[in-house]
Each structure stands twice: as structure tokens, then as C-alpha cells.
Design a protein around this ligand. Structure first.
Ligand code: PLP
Length: 445
């Protein structure tokens, strides 16, 4: 069987996905008997690929373990115990790596975003425009300052916030745009920055998925005014829970620092400090993170080249100026019209049985979650916004492109899997093509 799988792998690897589709009837036979000819595993056939062990995530090595032991023994566990401890050292190194003047670490990406909103003096009565297709942390960082998160619809091909809709949603109360580098790939920052400049708005770049990604020669997180990162376990640089703000405006970064330190007697803030353990874990993985980032980019480019002519599963569109992505997620849109109109759930089930698990990611956009109705009843919102504004807020929760993206998404949690080999990437394509070849059976599963 191994020999047959290899034969098939070479076969697929040697032709484009489009031509596999064109000659689907003549694909080499998989399986034990002629009757099993490439039969879907979910219908009793043999899986397209052998059981796979993807590279583990989070990544752990001896250097990281040593750093934990060293920190424990040192008794320096909080950043306030030492000005040369792991937290301040990591802040210096991360800023240098990102090409930013300053870095302030926090306890999470959400806290990093929150610090920016507070440091910019954005609060009750103000509006911030952001994406509905993101982690709830993006929205909650606006809500905790009692500002109004206004959601713009997406671009259908990049799954990123649509600048044209951002511009339509600007009101006199809009203070900032919080664009998200979704999947770890740059959103259309050129347009977002131009719109911000025109309307005199602040830009908080949510790069919580975008570690080390590059856009127009700049690291993600330095393209807007302030950039935020998350080091939560699943992210491509990780310490369990952690976050960081980076920026070049010294006075603004001083305010971010104060917010993180209980407000430092001069501004409203709470305690958002990163621990020495978290910073030590991050410091000990920075070097390796660069290598892993390069491997993910190589594999993503390879996967995208294999799927280039295949209309059934369309990789995330990248904007001009994207030098590299972070590939926290490798995102694709499932086009059911090319799969005999089978629901995405059937495709994902059939593909999982072949040995490849893709995720639908978030089930619905954040504009469809109950927090919207909750805030509309809160006195702080009803007092700070006229009823017409809140009615329009509710009316604007109609975001059809985001709904479609949610329905079509089929993506890889890429932190670990995209560290695999090119042969692993071929396996992903092979499994997809086998399901495609059997698309006439999908509706019977
Ligand atoms: C992970 C994430 C956050 C929140 O970060 P936490 O560290 O989990 O608080 C915010 N925005 C995006 C886009 C994220 O992926």
C-alpha cells in the first residue's frame, strides 16, 4: 500500500490540481481491489494518507525548560523585582526584532489591545471600527473602555476587513480603526492608513496572529500607529498567556506602560503585567521562532502553488506588499459548487476520514453574538449614544460577506502542521483531491 501511496503522491505532485480535476477518471487506483477504486475512506475505502503525526504545538525544547528552572531558582518572578530581568529584556529584544522603538508586555493580547484603547483616551461615547471576523479579545478591548465597537464587513477573498466599508462606517464619534491581520497575513493596511489619515483617526493594529509577518518592508504591528501581539499557547510565539504592544511614539508608549501598571497614579489602568516566567519562556524561543516562521512560509507558498488552478478550495488572497505571512492559520474558502453542492460539513468529514483535518474556524461573525443586544441595554451606552445611533448600530449588524466567509472557511491550525515537510503538504493536497474526485458521493454520507 505504501508503494501505491507514494506513486500517487508523485503523480499529484507532478501535475497541477486543475489537471487532476480534468483527468479525474484516470487517477491511479488506491485500495485493495478494483471495486475499491479510490473509494472514500468514510465509505469504507482506504485513507488517502497514512496516519499522520504533525509537529507538536506548542513547541518545547530544552532551552525553554532550562529557562523555567533558572527563573524558578532566581526568585525573580515579577518584573518589578529587577530592571534587568526577563520581562524588560524581552521587551528590548522584541522591539528590536520588530523594528519598533518600544515594546510593553502584558498578560494577554486582549490586555495589549485594551492598553492601547485606554492610552489613546478612547472611552464612553467614542466609536472604534473593527472586524467581526476575529477573536473576541479584539471587541472586548473596546468594550472594557465602554467605547462602541462598530464592525465593518470583510473582503470576500482575503477574509480581511474591507477598507471601503470601514470608510462608510465612520461617524463624527469615530476615534480609531482597529484592523486585524487575519490568519497572520497583512490586511489592506495601505488603504486603512490612508483612510485614517484622511479622517484623522488613530490606528491600533491587531497583529495578535501576525508575529514576524512583513508588509511593504515593515513587520506587522509596526504598520499602524500601535501594534498588538498575543503569546497565547496556540500562537506562533507562545508562553501560555501573554501579550505585547509595540510602537514608535515615546509619549504614547509611556501611557501604554502606565495603563499596564495600574495607571501609575496618572491615568486609568489596571494590572496587566507579564510575569518573569512568561518572558523567560518567550526569550528562549525567539531565535527558533524565526526558523519556524521561514518553514511555515515555505510550506504555505508550496500549498498555495499546488492549489493555484483548483477552484474548489481557494487559499486566502494576499495583498500586494505582502512579503511574508505569519501563518498562524492557513485559510481557504470551500466552494461547494465544485463539490457537487455538498455542504462544507460533509466535505470536512470525508477529508478527516482520509487523514486531513481542516477546521471551519469561528462558526459565526462576532456581529451575531449576544453581546450586541447586551450593550444596547447598558445605561453607559444608552446615556452616551443617541437612540438613532444605537438603532443604526443594530441595523449595521448585517454583514453578508462575513457570514459567507464563516460558511465557506476551511483552514489549518498552522502553528504546528505548517512546520511539516513538503511531503506532508503533498499529503494535504492528495487527500483534498481524493475527496474532489469522489464529489459525486459526498451527498450520500
Ligand atoms: C488571539 C487573538 C487575540 C487575543 O489574544 P489573547 O492573548 O488570547 O487575549 C486578539 N485578536 C486576535 C486576532 C487574536 O487571534
Amino acid at each position: 500500500m505504501t508503494k501505491r501511496i507514494l506513486t500517487r503522491r508523485r503523480f499529484i505532485a507532478s501535475v497541477s490540481a486543475g489537471s487532476v480535476a480534468a483527468i479525474a477518471g484516470s487517477v491511479p487506483v488506491l485500495g485493495k481491489t478494483g471495486n475499491d477504486a479510490g473509494r472514500l475512506a468514510i465509505l469504507g475505502g482506504i485513507p488517502a494518507i497514512p496516519p499522520k503525526k504533525w509537529p507538536d504545538w506548542p513547541y518545547v525544547d530544552q532551552k525553554m525548560i532550562d529557562a523555567m528552572i533558572r527563573t524558578t531558582k532566581s526568585g525573580i518572578w515579577s518584573r518589578i523585582q529587577s530592571e534587568t530581568g526577563s520581562v524588560p529584556t524581552f521587551e528590548k529584544e522584541f522591539a528590536a526584532l520588530m523594528g519598533a522603538k518600544r515594546c510593553v508586555t502584558t498578560g494577554s493580547g486582549t490586555q495589549a489591545l485594551s492598553c492601547c484603547v485606554e492610552a489613546m483616551g478612547i472611552g464612553a461615547g467614542d466609536e472604534v471600527i473593527t472586524s467581526p471576523y476575529t477573536d473576541m479579545g479584539t471587541i472586548s478591548s473596546i468594550l472594557t473602555s465602554r467605547a462602541l465597537p462598530v464592525m465593518a464587513d470583510l473582503d470576500p477573498a482575503s477574509f480581511q476587513i474591507d477598507p471601503a466599508d470601514v470608510e462608510r462606517k465612520i461617524t463624527p464619534a469615530t476615534k480609531a480603526i482597529m484592523p486585524v491581520d487575519m490568519g497572520g497575513q497583512p490586511c489592506n493596511m495601505a488603504r486603512i492608513n490612508a483612510i485614517a489619515k484622511k479622517h484623522k483617526l488613530r490606528v491600533i493594529e491587531d497583529s495578535c496572529q501576525g508575529h514576524l509577518g512583513e508588509y511593504q518592508g515593515k513587520k506587522l504591528g509596526t504598520v499602524g500607529e500601535l501594534g498588538c501581539f498575543s503569546f497565547q499557547t496556540s500562537k506562533t510565539i507562545a508562553c501560555g498567556e501573554g501579550g505585547a504592544v509595540i510602537g514608535n511614539d515615546e509619549a504614547l508608549m509611556d501611557r501604554v506602560f502606565s495603563v499596564m501598571m495600574n495607571g501609575s497614579h496618572r491615568i486609568i489602568g489596571t494590572k496587566y503585567r507579564m510575569t518573569e516566567f512568561e518572558a523567560a519562556l518567550l526569550l528562549s524561543q525567539l531565535e527558533g521562532a524565526k526558523e519556524r516562521f521561514a518553514i511555515r512560509n515555505r510550506n504555505a507558498a508550496y500549498l498555495t502553488s499546488k492549489l493555484r488552478k483548483f477552484p474548489g478550495l481557494v487559499p486566502q488572497k494576499l495583498y500586494p506588499g505582502t512579503t511574508s505571512g505569519s501563518y498562524y492559520l492557513y485559510m481557504m474558502a470551500y466552494k461547494k459548487e465544485y463539490f457537487n453542492n455538498a455542504d462544507r460539513s460533509k466535505f470536512l468529514k470525508a477529508l478527516a476520514a482520509e487523514g486531513i483535518e481542516l477546521s471551519p474556524y469561528i462558526a459565526k461573525g462576532l456581529h451575531r453574538e449576544p453581546w450586541t443586544e447586551f450593550i444596547l441595554k447598558q445605561p453607559v451606552y444608552t446615556k452616551m449614544f443617541p437612540p438613532e445611533r444605537l438603532k443604526r448600530f443594530r441595523d449595521q449588524l448585517h454583514l453578508p460577506v462575513c457570514d459567507r466567509v464563516c460558511d465557506e472557511m476551511a483552514m489549518i491550525w498552522a502553528s504546528g502542521p505548517l512546520l511539516g515537510t513538503l511531503a506532508d503538504m503533498d499529503d494535504i493536497v492528495n487527500a483534498i483531491m481524493k475527496v474532489y474526485e469522489n464529489r459525486d458521493k459526498l451527498n450520500s454520507i
